[in-house]
Design a protein around this ligand. Structure first.
Ligand SMILES: [Zn+2]
Length: 259
């Protein structure tokens, strides 16, 4: 039987209204007894049924604690991660693995992230970690580099071919360190709409993620460079969401693509 590829740690990023659902679907695929070749849960096995009812013992969700007024605290604290770490070596109850889903993982303070990093460096073989965040940039690079990056929109509707071509070109210019051509690139695309540029950012993010996971050749870009470009595309998408002008976003892109 074909086994879905499985990694120990994932970051699921995207707009805040999509990441939780995407993270939970990813977690379901990791716990499901018969996931598809794309890693999607079957929706029908005992694990999937328990997940739907919210009673699967091998899905452990960690989030910010709430204060006595029910308001979420500002950060995920190191004690929460230490508690998680103490349960990590315990074997799964029912599924082949346990999945730790960390909600709004970007709210982990640095001490918490470093505690998690230790776990990501040597995870028990049956543990998987899904970090959900609207901004991967909020996570330490050391944490990010241990994780497979997933966009919440990934696999839903593919960006248009034109956006993908544009993204390919931008990545080529980045790989070549072509500062001057990047300025032309920004000028040539200044008349694009916000939606078109958002598609471009999404397409670029998808290509970069594939390169990071070695599904596509990295065109000579190192892992830190790829991560930096991912961060840049995330920032573009975020700016566009907040109605920053296309020209301004392209200006930032052309200035910051080459370190
Ligand atoms: Zn299933």
């Amino acid at each position: 039987m074909e086994q879905a590829r499985f990694s120990h740690a994932y970051i699921v990023t995207g707009s805040p209204d999509k990441t939780e659902d995407a993270a939970r679907r990813l977690a379901a695929g990791l716990l499901c007894a018969h996931p598809g070749p794309d890693g999607a849960a079957c929706g029908d096995c005992a694990h999937c049924r328990k997940l739907r009812r919210g009673i699967h013992p091998d899905l452990i969700v960690l989030a910010r604690q709430t204060d006595d007024k029910g308001k979420p605290k500002r950060e995920i604290y190191v004690d929460q991660i230490r508690e998680l770490a103490s349960s990590a070596p315990v074997l799964p109850n029912e599924a082949a693995r346990k999945v730790y889903l960390i909600r709004e993982a970007g709210t982990m303070n640095p001490a918490a992230q470093n505690a998690l990093l230790k776990l990501l460096e040597e995870p028990p073989p049956f543990d998987a970690f899904v970090l959900e965040t609207d901004s991967a940039a909020a996570l330490l690079e050391t944490v990010r580099s241990r994780c497979v990056l997933r966009s919440a929109g990934e696999g839903e509707d593919a960006p248009p071919a034109e956006a993908r071509e544009l993204a390919e070109r931008w990545i080529d210019l980045a790989a070549a360190g072509a500062r001057v051509s990047l300025i032309s690139f920004a000028n040539e695309n200044a008349e694009k709409s916000t939606a078109e540029l958002t598609d471009f950012a999404r397409a670029a993010r998808g290509l970069l993620t594939d390169m990071l996971c070695a599904r596509l050749p990295a065109r000579g870009l190192s892992r830190p460079e790829l991560l930096r470009l991912v961060e840049l595309t995330d920032r573009c998408a975020e700016y566009l969401r907040f109605n920053v002008s296309v020209k301004h976003v392209l200006g930032m892109l052309s200035a910051e693509t080459v370190a």
